[in-house]
Design a protein around this ligand. Sequence first.
Ligand code: GRF
Length: 188
Amino acid sequence: VKAAVFASGTGSNFQAMLDESDLACEIILLICDRPEAAVIEKARQHQIPVYQFDPKQYATKEAYERELVTVLKKARVQWIFLAGYMRIVGSYLLHAYQGKIVNIHPSLLPDFPGKDAITQAFAAKVDKTGVTIHFIDEGIDTGPIIAQQTVDMYPDDTIRSLTKRIQQVEHKLYPKIIKQLVQNEGEL
Ligand code: GRF
């Protein structure tokens, strides 16, 4: 089973997927919309092809998504895992990969959707936050939830220490859920 990862940033979740020896699928492509993103170097180190695109070069979201879908279909990609991809997936891509696009978000959705979820939770002084893995729909962090894991927040936490604790959970949870989804062909 072939999968693509969409990422725009550091790529620590991408790295966690590559480090998992038993993912039940093969990450064969990285799709990245930011040429300076550190995740690109991680793909290169693992000889994973990178498809880089610049959304500004296209008149519409549908125009670049049409091209992405052509690339994905040609590579026989069946699953898409978003890992710090900072764009909203549009209806063209959603329909081409219905039920096969998964995202990870660093909060217990529906709490703290959108950007800076960890900072939002920290500022709200919650005593628990966490990680959510969900299917994508047309909203921002609103699709059906697949799995959630709670992360405690302590009075002496800083954004940095909380981020670290959340990332540790992400790096274990995402590969585990990917494996389950792929093996169950998307059924939960
Ligand atoms: C993760 O916290 C993920 O939950 C969010 O974006 C971040 C990506 O981090 N969607 P990285 O690039 O995988 O290190």
